[in-house]
Design a protein around this ligand. Sequence first.
Ligand SMILES: [Zn+2]
Ligand SMILES: [Zn+2]
Ligand SMILES: [Zn+2]
Length: 335
Amino acid sequence: MDEAYNELRWNPLIGAWIVVSSKRRGRPWREGVCPFCPGAPETGFNWRVLSLNNRFPALRLDARTSRSSRDIYLVKPAYGYCKVVVETPEHQGDLDSIPFNDLKLYINELIKETRELCSDPNIQYVMPFRNKGEEIGVSLIHPHSQIYALPFIPPRIQVEMRNMEKFWKERGECLLCKILSLEMNERERVLYFNDSFTAFLPFFAMWPYEVHVYARRHLGCLCELDEKEVEDLADAIKVVTSMYNNLFDFSLPYMLVFHQRPCKVSADYYHFHLEYYPIHRDRDKLKFAAGIEWGAWTFTYDSLPEEKAAELKAALSRGLEKLSSSGYRIKGKAI
Ligand SMILES: [Zn+2]
Ligand SMILES: [Zn+2]
Ligand SMILES: [Zn+2]
């Protein structure tokens, strides 16, 4: 018998749920055969973008707990969804090289999934994210993202909500709209903008080459993007990713997360944005969340963010040049 447990355990010290899963169920992928290419058992043919259920989900609808809660040791079923979004039928590439039309379909797929998953009464939060590169533990190279639909609002989003709400109440404006206007005034850290999105290395970056992409209009989630904004988001993603891949002489590993407001809270103060966290601090050095970063949640930044922004600006112009010589029509401007 296949005894698998998927449970949430409460960490009372930091006040956060930990998603615990024992033996992961499911057959392993067939060695040497890409499970995301067209024609694979789960993908079939005639698609450009595809959502699949993760075969080894940490969260599941039929989650079972291994024990019951005891005193302050709280246990709950890890109810939820873990999905994979295959971004293109092409086996290789990154968000800068997959066809632009597929990129738009990809964003529309994230919108559709966010809507559907949020409509489950037990789901509180939907987070699409993308991990790229072996250094980040990604073994399948076929371009794909993941979506976790959680039965709680994750701590980092709660912290952002708290600060955005506080600013909204005290200052009568949105924190991220404010940051956008400060960045556009200073321009030193702004990398690229089009009609609907602005990409910049934040004043308060934690990772050396961290980049945020903010919607220029105040909106709360993927579901609120209009058609033009979907197109502009695809453009911003393509350009930022190409910038990263032209920073060094290799394709840069990164994590990309979509931060949107929760499903069941109106949170008018929340402002939709993307955050990219590459893990390099130099061409041949990685930045680790080590003792002080992980043990204290205090990040150290070993240069000035403005210096790293200047490096990214140079990479951006190389990236833009390559994109236009490949025939892509760039929608925005570099700064
Ligand atoms: Zn493939
Ligand atoms: Zn705003
Ligand atoms: Zn955020």
